[in-house]
Design a protein around this ligand. Structure first.
Ligand code: C5P
Length: 236
């Protein structure tokens, strides 16, 4: 499936409820940023919040990171395919059979479907954690590249990875394979719980297709200014 995409900034709307989210999005006036809805908001509000945000004209990345047996992921995606979302995801750690089942479940009767990407390693995972907690002895970069290749082989459109890995993912999986990169911070900003991070400008240099930015925008005293700064630094 050949889906065209362009570089964009996706705002991670990690708010506890729909009211706070819609109030936040109203700050943007007629601008309609690409929005990421994650577990916190989806579990609080259900599919209704997706419909409300879509009806206001935003693109939506539904970030539920599915990871289960192939049959369950297939059925979950069957439910999600009725929502008019633009992007959603699974964990590549679920394996190729699970990722293929996800595509099958997500594909609508007319053959269309949202972009489907796979989480490689969370950007909060450090090399030490990978080795000592998860008992994965390969270097993190190798693990990410191998997971990305699995996702590509299963027919997915791209991966969620650190911006620091975007260049290599493109080298290994091709330029048309999308890299969606959280772990974005302004220089000198608070790292919070993210480990493998970089700035919007460096993410652009490294070839990220989409940056996902949460707290640097949502917790900013000037969210519009922070969003515009991301757009200017990432897209130009
Ligand atoms: O606030 P911050 O900019 O750290 O938000 C990053 C967002 O990206 C969060 O919603 C987080 O769940 C998500 N994410 C991530 N790392 C991944 C996948 C998703 O940080 N590998």
């Amino acid at each position: 499936m050949n889906i065209k995409h362009k570089r964009d900034v996706i705002i991670a709307c990690d708010f506890p409820d729909g009211e706070k989210t819609l109030d936040f999005l109203a700050l943007f006036g007629s601008e309609r940023p690409f929005v990421k809805i994650g577990m916190e908001l989806f579990y609080a509000e259900g599919p209704d919040i997706v419909k409300k945000i879509k009806s206001r004209g935003h693109k939506v990345f539904l970030d539920l990171k599915l990871h289960d047996i192939p049959n369950t992921v297939f059925s979950a995606m069957r439910s999600l395919r009725t929502l008019d979302i633009d992007m959603c995801n699974v964990h590549a750690a679920g394996g190729q059979a699970m990722m293929k089942a996800a595509i099958e479940g997500l594909t609508r009767p007319d053959g269309s479907r949202p972009l489907l990407i796979a989480v490689t390693q969370l950007t909060s995972t450090s090399p030490e954690m990978l080795r000592h907690e998860l008992l994965i002895s390969h270097p993190i970069e190798e693990v990410v590249m191998s997971y990305a290749q699995n996702a590509r082989a299963a027919g997915l459109d791209g991966v969620v990875c650190s911006p620091l890995e975007a260049e290599r993912v493109h080298a290994v999986c091709g330029d048309d394979f999308i890299t969606v990169t959280p772990g974005i911070r302004f220089s000198g900003g608070d790292m919070s719980d993210q480990v493998r991070v970089t700035t919007p400008a460096i993410a652009r240099e490294l070839g990220s297709d989409y940056i996902v930015v949460g707290r640097p925008i949502t917790s900013s005293p000037d969210p519009i200014g922070a969003y515009r700064r991301c757009l200017a630094d990432f897209i130009g």
